[in-house]
Design a binder for this molecule. Structure first.
Ligand code: NAD
Ligand code: UD1
Length: 347
C-alpha cells in the first residue's frame, strides 16, 4: 500500500542507483515520482521497476536545468515530502575535457531544485555525493570529518560544490539536507531486471570485469601493481547498489520524521572493508566459475592508492548497515551482464 503522505521525488530515477532506490522506496510504501531527461538512461527501466515492485512510478521527462519545467513539476505534484537528487553527469574523464558541461548540468540542476523547493515549501533533500571528495586521505578509514582534497576533475568539483551549496542553503532557508558520500557502488538487483548500463568502454572496474568475462572486452588491464598495498593493487570499498538504495530510504525517513540533528548532515556509505583489484579478479573467478583474462598495466592518472569508509555514523544515526558482501556484488553484476549479453535488455 502506498502512503500519499510519503511522496518522494527522485531525480535521475531511471539511472543506475536511482532505479534501485525507487524499487526500495516503493517496497517501503513510498509513492515515487521520477524526473529524468534520459540523457544516460532508458525509458524501459520504468517497466522493469513496475515488474519488480508492482507499482509504476510517475515519470516526468524533463531536464532539471530548465527551471520552468521544474516549477511545472512541483505545481503538478503539490505534496512532495522529500527529494532525492541523483541526476548528474558522472563520467570523470569527460569532465576533465568538458568541465563546463559538468558545472552547468550538475550545479544548475541542484540550484534550480533548491530554488523551486524553497518557493514551494518543500524542505527535505538527499544529495548524491561521492567518496571522491576525500582524494587520498592521510588516515584511513575516511570519516565524515576527513578533510576534502583539491578535486582532480570537474566531476569531483561538482560534488564538493554541491555539498557546499547545500550546507550554506540549509543554514539560511527552509531546506534540510543529507549528503550521502558513496564509496564504490557495484552489483545489480537480484532479479537482474535493472542494473548499470555503461555507455561505450567502461571506465569503472566492475563493468569492465563483467564485460571481459562475457567476452565483450578482450582483457582487463589492472592499473598498477606497485602500490604500497598487500598485493600491490589499489584498494576500494565496494558497496552493493541495493544496500546503497536502502540507505536513501533511511535518509528520507530521517528527514521526513524530523529526526535530523542539524539542517545539514553527511554520511559515508560503504561497507568499511577495503578490497584490492586483484582480490576482485580472484573473487569474480571463484563466484562465477568464469576465467578472466587480465594483464598488469601502468597506473591510471588520478587514482588514489587506498580508500575505504568509516561507517559508524551511518550505522548509528541512520540505522543503516551494508548487508551484502562481495559474493552478492559479483554474482548480481554477472547475472545482469549475462542478461545484457542475451539481448533481453533493449539497449
Ligand atoms: P546514472 O547516470 O545511471 O544516473 C543519473 C541519471 O540522471 C540518468 O538517468 C540521467 O539521464 C539523469 N540526468 C542527468 N542529468 C540530468 C538533468 N539535467 N535532468 C534530468 N535528468 C538528468 O548515474 P548513477 O551511477 O545512478 O549515479 C547517480 C548519482 O550518484 C550521480 O549524482 C552520481 O554522480 C553519484 N555517484 C555515483 C557513483 C557511481 O559509481 N555510480 C559514485 C558516487 C556518486
Ligand atoms: C572512479 C573515479 C571517481 C568516481 C568513482 C565512481 C577516477 C580517477 N575516479 O573511482 O571519481 O567517484 O569512479 O564512479 O576516475 N581499475 C583497473 N582497471 C580498470 C578499471 C579500474 O585496474 O579497467 C582499478 C582502478 O585503478 C581502481 C579500481 O579499479 O583502483 C576501481 O576503479 P573505478 O571503478 O574506476 O573506481 P575509482 O577509481 O574508485
Amino acid at each position: 500500500m502506498t502512503n500519499t503522505n510519503k511522496k518522494v521525488l527522485v531525480t535521475g530515477g531511471t539511472g543506475y542507483i536511482g532505479s534501485h532506490t525507487v524499487v526500495e522506496l516503493i517496497n517501503a510504501g513510498y509513492e515515487t515520482v521520477i524526473a529524468d531527461n534520459l540523457s544516460n538512461s532508458e525509458r524501459f527501466i520504468l517497466d522493469r521497476i513496475e515488474q519488480i515492485a508492482g507499482v509504476r512510478p510517475k515519470f516526468y521527462e524533463i531536464d532539471l536545468c530548465d527551471k520552468a519545467k521544474v516549477e511545472d513539476l512541483f505545481n503538478a505534484e503539490s505534496d512532495i515530502k522529500a527529494v532525492i537528487h541523483f541526476a548528474a553527469f558522472k563520467a570523470v574523464g569527460e569532465s576533465v575535457k568538458e568541465p563546463l558541461k559538468y558545472f552547468r548540468n550538475n550545479n544548475l540542476s541542484l540550484i534550480n531544485l533548491l530554488e523551486v523547493m524553497n518557493e514551494k515549501g518543500v524542505n527535505n533533500i538527499v544529495f548524491s555525493s561521492s567518496a571522491t571528495v576525500y582524494g587520498q586521505p592521510d588516515v584511513l578509514p575516511a570519516t565524515e570529518a576527513t578533510p576534502f582534497q583539491k578535486a582532480l576533475s570537474a566531476y569531483g568539483s561538482t560534488k564538493q560544490m554541491g555539498e557546499e551549496i547545500l550546507e550554506k542553503v540549509s543554514s539560511a532557508t527552509i531546506i534540510k539536507s543529507i549528503a550521502l558520500r558513496y564509496f564504490n557502488p557495484v552489483g545489480a538487483h537480484k532479479s537482474a531486471l535493472i542494473g548499470e548500463l555503461p555507455v561505450g568502454v567502461p571506465n569503472n572496474l566492475m563493468p569492465f570485469v563483467t564485460q571481459t568475462g562475457i567476452g565483450k572486452r578482450e582483457m582487463l588491464t589492472i592499473f598498477g601493481d606497485d602500490y604500497s598495498t598487500p598485493d600491490g593493487t589499489c584498494i576500494r570499498d565496494y558497496i552493493h547498489v541495493v544496500d546503497l538504495a536502502k540507505a536513501h530510504v533511511k535518509a528520507c525517513e530521517r528527514l521526513i520524521a524530523e529526526k535530523a540533528e542539524s539542517n545539514y548532515e553527511v554520511f559515508n556509505l560503504g561497507t568499511g572493508k577495503g578490497t584490492s583489484v586483484l582480490e576482485i579478479v580472484n573473487a569474480f573467478e571463484k563466484v562465477t566459475g568464469q576465467k578472466l583474462n587480465y594483464k598488469i598495466g601502468p597506473r591510471r592518472e588520478g587514482d588514489v592508492e587506498s580508500l575505504y569508509a568509516e561507517t559508524k555514523l551511518a550505522n548509528e544515526k541512520l540505522g543503516w548497515k551494508a548487508e551484502l558482501g562481495l559474493e552478492e556484488m559479483l554474482s548480481s553484476a554477472w547475472a545482469w551482464e549475462v542478461k545484457l549479453h542475451e539481448g533481453t535488455v533493449e539497449v
